[in-house]
Design a binder for this molecule. Structure first.
Ligand code: 4AZ
Length: 274
């Protein structure tokens, strides 16, 4: 991303100094977030839990006004709120809020007022790159929104291919033909439920060349119109094949985001309309 292009972007840092590189002070970034009001940061609920428990406000510091992670201002967190319906198994209702101990001066991002299912969007963050490393400077990926049907189909196809990998292993010993394996995998895959709920929205590119990844979670997915950026999603989850250890950037397996239009009432309620 260009320096200072997205002033609403927040880095969530662990306050636990044991996790921080003593020289660069950079290793503490674990999630993203967005300023939606001077005192409120929107993020993913899954960024706020550790060992199944909501973390304490003292354990997170918000870094505002940074493009490079050595810049910006660190603000303490006064309150942590996760969605009551957050389901860590299905990643449903993956939304949360941080109330800052003092207001940030950076411009906030607008939350969407309607539902969107197509068009151009942008995701930003300090998450994992394709070489497996983590950047010190904010990265930006220009992506496209996809309907849930297309996204469900892509992720289910990935599961179908995973099932084939497993069956092929048995098939060798049981002398099952490749055709038989494929038939069995298709039958099993057809019984799988849709991985996406209506509280999710997908974005990416068909080739997988641009995507969010680990560490980008909680950060914003936004469209850009005449009135400036409008947030439509929160980086939430993604899938990769069984034989890959990376759940990002795979062909036809788009990144999955929290569908913000489903949560504007919840956010307004929790922030008192702020
Ligand atoms: C993660 O683990 C994660 N491809 C975030 C986003 C995506 C995948 C994984 C999207 O935080």
């Amino acid at each position: 991303a260009q320096k200072d292009a997205w002033p609403f972007q927040v880095a969530l840092l662990t306050s636990d100094l044991l996790n921080e590189d003593p020289v660069t002070h950079l290793d503490a970034q674990f999630c993203g977030g967005s300023l939606i009001a001077p005192e409120w940061v929107l993020t993913a609920a899954h960024c706020l839990f550790q060992f199944g428990e909501l973390v304490k406000p003292e354990s997170i510091t918000a870094l505002v006004g940074a493009t490079h992670l050595t810049e910006g201002e660190r603000i303490e967190v006064a309150e942590i709120i996760a969605h009551e319906g957050y389901d860590p198994r299905a990643f449903d209702n993956d939304v949360g809020l941080l109330r800052l101990a003092k207001p940030a001066t950076q411009a906030a991002i607008k939350m969407t007022e309607s539902d969107t299912e197509a068009g151009a969007a942008t995701v930003i963050g300090w998450g994992k790159m394709d070489d497996g490393g983590f950047p010190d400077t904010l990265m930006q990926a220009d992506v496209e929104l996809f309907a849930n049907d297309a996204c469900n189909a892509g992720i289910k196809d990935l599961y179908r291919r995973d099932i084939m990998l497993v069956l092929r292993d048995y098939g060798r010993r049981m002398r099952v033909t490749e055709e038989g394996i494929e038939k069995a995998a298709n039958l099993i895959a057809e019984t799988l439920p849709d991985p996406l709920t209506g509280n999710m929205i997908c974005a990416g590119v068909p080739s997988g060349a641009r995507d969010a990844c680990n560490g980008d979670s909680g950060g914003p997915l936004f469209t850009s119109g005449d009135g400036g950026p409008v947030q439509v999603g929160i980086v939430s989850w993604g899938e990769g094949p069984l034989d890959s250890n990376i759940a990002c950037g795979h062909e036809n397996a788009y990144g999955v985001y929290t569908r913000l239009s489903q949560f504007t009432d919840w956010v307004n309620q929790k922030t008192g309309g702020n």
